[in-house]
Design a protein around this ligand. Structure first.
Ligand code: PLP
Length: 390
């Protein structure tokens, strides 16, 4: 069975052009870019090119790009650095709907005596900048807020938030893992100090990330040892993967405008048709500014896991808005923070599209999902009651 892959916020297919770009750097051009000889020098040139390609996508300078092993490392490095830069400050601001790469670290810091403010979101997943203004003070070392949410696609007003942080002498970091490659970013006209991205979300391989660090931003490395990455991240570079990431960024840069429109149209059609065909649905974050590729749809009186399994039998890959903790299915922290009613949060499914998504695949989901929901509602006591009232 050929998969219909609509789980691109989890990970993406490596673009063939990206794969071809990295292929020679395993068995042929395997030199260490730090070596003095010509063989290492050839690789160093490609590393420089990759750095420039990533910088071009972000509107940044090449020396502001630090290669890391993943988005999680970039997030951890940014937070740890800010606290070391300001040892006298003991306060961090984040939001309740961050990815665990940020949230877990922030919560761990409370055990070490730091004050952490988790900003709320409204029912559409939107941030209230007034709450940020009230929370920030001279003790705030860092404000870290995600650019776009991985579950709902909702985009935060990051530039405004970064300005507020600057006004109060705090550093500003954004986890832009879901935003990079999907919407335009321009660090040249930004107040962001640090930004995380991850290769496998934009058609590069897993296990390569970047931390953007604005020129002049004080920074302390998480990994120390060799002098790679100008002393900001020790460890021999993952050359093949970073060269791949450079190519992926170049492709995103060239094709973003066209892809954004095409992907958004497919997402909007999926949303329109599913809400028309399935009664009692709600779009999580539907009233907010969202990434063009993400659709989180809540369907009352059904279990997300049941939907996923039945979709999977049809070859359709999506993800649910629940997290399996200690055997019980809890609605995700994102949907809970948005106050999505329990009956809806359980039946939430995320479809996330990519440049490889086709109209035919969207047609298949529109055909297959409504009967699956009907079947599950027929089986559930609440669902039967609901159907009886229809
Ligand atoms: N931040 C966000 C918003 C994400 O969606 C993810 C991955 O799902 C990460 C961070 C972690 O990235 P990585 O898998 O590269 O560690």
């Amino acid at each position: 069975m050929k998969e219909i892959y609509l789980d691109n916020n989890a990970t993406t297919k490596v673009d063939e052009r990206v794969f071809e770009e990295m292929r020679p750097y395993f068995c042929e051009l395997y030199g260490n870019p730090s070596s003095m000889h010509f063989f290492g020098g050839q690789v160093q040139k490609k590393v420089d090119e990759a750095r420039s390609r990533v910088a071009a996508l972000l509107g940044a300078l090449p020396d502001e790009i630090v290669f890391t092993a993943c988005g999680t490392e970039s997030d951890n490095a940014a937070i740890r650095s800010a606290l070391e830069v300001f040892p006298e400050k003991r306060h961090i601001i984040t939001s309740r709907i961050e990815h665990p790469a940020v949230l877990t670290q922030c919560r761990n810091l409370t055990k070490r005596g730091y004050r952490v403010t988790e900003l709320n979101v409204d029912s559409e997943g939107r941030l209230d900048l007034e709450e940020l203004k009230r929370a920030i003070d001279n003790d705030t070392a860092l404000v870290t807020l995600m650019y776009a949410n991985n579950e709902t696609g909702v985009i935060f007003p990051i530039e405004e938030a970064a300005k507020i942080a600057k006004e109060h002498g705090a550093l500003f970091h954004t986890d832009a893992v879901q935003a990079v490659g999907k919407i335009p970013l321009n660090m040249a006209e930004s107040s962001i100090d640090m930004l995380s991205l991850s290769g496998h979300k934009l058609h590069a391989p897993k296990g390569i990330g970047v931390l953007y660090v604005r020129r002049g931003t004080p920074f302390r490395p998480l990994l120390v040892g060799g002098h790679q990455e100008r002393g900001r991240r020790a460890g021999t570079e993952n050359t093949a993967s970073l060269i791949a990431l450079g190519k992926a960024c170049e492709l995103a840069h060239v094709h973003m405008e066209e892809e954004r429109v095409r992907v958004r149209e497919m997402r909007d059609r999926l949303q329109r048709e599913l809400t028309a065909l399935i009664p009692n649905t709600r779009i999580n974050g539907g009233g907010a500014d969202r990434l063009p590729n993400t659709l989180s749809i809540a369907m009352e009186f059904v279990e997300g896991e049941g939907i996923l399994l039945l979709l999977s039998e049809k070859g359709i890959c999506a993800s649910s808005g629940s997290a399996c903790t200690s055997g019980s299915l809890e609605p995700s922290h994102v949907l809970r923070a948005m106050g999505v009613p329990f009956t809806c949060a359980h039946g939430s499914i995320r479809f996330s599209l990519s440049r490889f998504t086709t109209e035919e695949e969207i047609d298949t989901v529109i055909r297959e999902l409504p009967p699956i929901i009907k079947r599950l509602r027929d089986m559930s006591p609440f669902g039967r009651e609901f159907l009886a009232k229809q």
